[in-house]
Structure formats: C-alpha cells, structure tokens
Ligand binder design. Structure first.
Ligand SMILES: NC(=O)C1=CN([C@@H]2O[C@H](COP(=O)(O)OP(=O)(O)OC[C@H]3O[C@@H](n4cnc5c(N)ncnc54)[C@H](OP(=O)(O)O)[C@@H]3O)[C@@H](O)[C@H]2O)C=CC1
Ligand SMILES: Nc1nc(=O)c2c([nH]1)NC[C@@H]1CN(c3ccc(C(=O)N[C@@H](CCC(=O)O)C(=O)O)cc3)C=[N+]21
Ligand SMILES: [Mg+2]
Length: 288
C-alpha cells in the first residue's frame, strides 16, 4: 500500500504559515490584497472563485472578486486589469480561466503587471521559470503546490525520471520546468505520445494532468513510484475523480495523491502563499 499524500493536511499547514505571515505584516500596517476577475457564468469557475475568496478572508488577506458579464469587451477587460495594476492595495491579480470565447486570454494575461501576476502566467514569469533564473518571481500555483507536496516526502529527486502527462500552460509545462529545475530527467507526454504506458512505467515521479478520467491504470505505474493526480474529473456517476485509477494505483505506487483532497487544496493554499509572497516582495520584506 502506498503512502497517501494528504494534500488537505499539507495545505492546512501551509495556510497556518501564511496566516502567521499575514499577522506579522498587519503589525506593520500592511494587508496583502488579491483581486480575482471572473468573466461569464461558468458554474465550476464560480465555485473555485468562491473557495479562493473564503480562504483569503479566513487568512486575513483582502480579497476583491470582480464578476463581469460574458459580453464585456477586450478593451474594457484590459482597462479593469490596469486599474488593479495601479491599485497599491492589490498585490496579486488573477483572471480565472477559461475566459468566454471572443476574449484573448494571452493578451489579458500579458497586460497584468508581472509583479502582481499571482498565477505566474505572464510570459516574463514563464520565461524566468524556464530559464531557472534566481530571484523572486511568481510561478503557476498548481505545480508549485505539487513541489511543496513532494518536499514533504523527503525523497531525493535529483537524477531520477519524471514523466508529466499533459502540456498545458497552467499545469504540464510549468510542472516539467520545476521538475527539471529540481535536476530530474523530465519527459512530457501529450495526445500524440506513442506507447504512453511504456513511458509512464519509467517514471519515478509521475504527474498526470489531462482531464481524462482514469487514463492511468495500475499497471501503467512503476512499483514504488510517486504518483501525482492533478485531474478533477467526473466519473459516470458524476462523482469527482482523477486522471489515475486510484484503487488500482494505490497497490503499485510508493506514494499517491487522492482526488479530492490532494492537489486541489494545495493549489488554493499556494495561491494564498504567493499572494503574501508578492506583497512582501513589493515591500522588499521577508524572503519566502
Ligand atoms: N487540482 C487543481 O488545482 C487543478 C486541476 N486541474 C485539472 O487537471 C486536468 C488538466 O487540466 P489542464 O492542464 O488545464 O487541461 P488542458 O485540457 O489544458 O490540457 C490537457 C493536456 O492533457 C493532454 N492529454 C489529453 N488527453 C490525453 C491522452 N489521452 N493522452 C495523453 N495526453 C493527453 C493534452 O494534450 P494535447 O496538448 O496534445 O492536446 C493536454 O496537453 C483537468 O482535469 C483539470 O480540471 C487543472 C488545473 C488545476
Ligand atoms: N486563473 C486560474 N487560476 C487557477 O488556479 C485556476 C483557473 N484559472 N481555472 C480553473 C483551475 C482549477 N483550479 C482548482 C482549484 C482548486 C481546486 C480544489 O480545491 N479542489 C478540491 C475540491 C473541489 C471539489 O470538491 O469540487 C480537491 O481537489 O480536494 C480544484 C481546482 C484552479 N484553477
Ligand atoms: Mg493558479
């Protein structure tokens, strides 16, 4: 039986640290501020945004949720991003994805002040991560949260094989960069990858982020591997499940994240951590 990586508990511990950092800032009269922009009425996005807002408020972070109609123009949305860029009470800006069709997500992300880019999606920050530049900059919260989870296992990553299934800008690509920066040998798989099972069986660390329910079966996993399931899928009964067949995988893996209670809570906790990071960096305080 694998170790079940308790993302919920690790997120709780991280949130406790974040709350303490917020309290320390408060003594200096500083309140970290997060602006979340949501466009249109995608129900899943609405739930995520509400969860982020609740968590921020609980930790003492100022949270502004800006709900906009799907009919908003590109120019109007850019204008709103600019107001937060110039608002000194806001340290992190997040534009919930997906955006309704007709809006150019790339152009909107590029308009965010890179120093307030709490999702780490701005091309400047993506480039810094890819180059493994030193210094302070935000990175995508989901893979950063996964690196935090891997850190709790006290396993050496250097020189080992990592396979990342999926190549999105939010998960797969930044995940591969972070594992490479941790000196792993990294392969990225996607829909055109041939013999996926043969590849995943080489992985000491396997990260799966495809949105395909139970794409990864028990015998796709190397014995003892660390398996990170990013998927947030619905099975045939409408139940929340992952991209990995957990019940089969748990007998093969050395450690595995559950869905729910794995990567998801870490994404939110990391978003809060990174909001406080951005606040401290802007004030040239702290070094987290
Ligand atoms: N827990 C969390 O915090 C988060 C969870 N998620 C969840 O993670 C999953 C992935 O999200 P996201 O990265 O945004 O998804 P995208 O749809 O943007 O990307 C999916 C990726 O998976 C690849 N893929 C799809 N099917 C296969 C297949 N059969 N074999 C190999 N590769 C495949 C695609 O390849 P190609 O590029 O070739 O099309 C693509 O690169 C979803 O379930 C999502 O809900 C996402 C973000 C955060
Ligand atoms: N700009 C932007 N930034 C994002 O970070 C972003 C986004 N857009 N669009 C959508 C994805 C998805 N995402 C999740 C966050 C939390 C959970 C989460 O809390 N999951 C819980 C439970 C969820 C439930 O029960 O429904 C869990 O896995 O245990 C999941 C997914 C952030 N995303
Ligand atoms: Mg994020």
């Amino acid at each position: 039986m694998a170790i079940i990586i308790d993302g919920k508990q690790i997120a709780k511990d991280l949130n406790t640290q974040t709350q303490q950092r917020v309290a320390t800032l408060a003594q200096q009269g500083i309140v970290p501020g997060l602006a979340v922009i949501i466009v249109g009425d995608d129900p899943a996005s609405a739930i995520y945004v509400r969860n982020k807002h609740r968590k921020a408020v609980k930790l003492g972070i100022k949270s502004v949720v800006r709900e906009l109609p799907a009919t908003i123009s590109q120019a109007e949305l850019l204008e709103i991003v600019q107001t937060y860029n110039h608002d000194d009470s806001i340290h992190g800006i997040l534009v919930q994805s997906p955006l309704p069709v007709g809006l150019d997500e790339q152009a909107i992300v590029a308009a965010i002040d890179p120093a307030k880019d709490v999702d780490g999606f701005h091309p400047l920050n993506v480039g810094r991560l890819l180059a493994n530049l030193p210094g302070h900059y935000p990175v995508s919260c989901t893979p950063r949260g996964i690196m935090t989870m891997l850190g709790t296992l006290n396993e050496h990553l250097r020189g080992k094989q990592a396979v990342v299934v999926g190549r999105s800008m939010i998960v797969g690509r930044p995940m591969a960069a972070m594992l490479l920066n941790a000196d792993m040998t990294v392969t990225i798989a996607h829909v055109h990858t041939k013999h996926l099972s043969d590849l995943t069986r080489t992985a000491d660390v396997l990260v799966v982020a495809t949105g395909v329910t139970h794409l990864i079966k028990g015998n796709d996993i190397k014995r003892g591997a660390i398996v990170i399931d990013v998927g947030m899928d619905r099975d045939e009964n409408g139940k929340l499940t992952g991209d990995v067949d957990f019940d089969a995988a748990v007998d093969r893996a050395g450690a595995i994240t559950p869905v729910p209670g794995g990567v998801g809570p870490m994404t939110i906790a990391t978003l809060m951590q990174q909001t406080v990071d951005l606040c401290e960096w802007s004030e040239q305080l702290g070094s987290n």
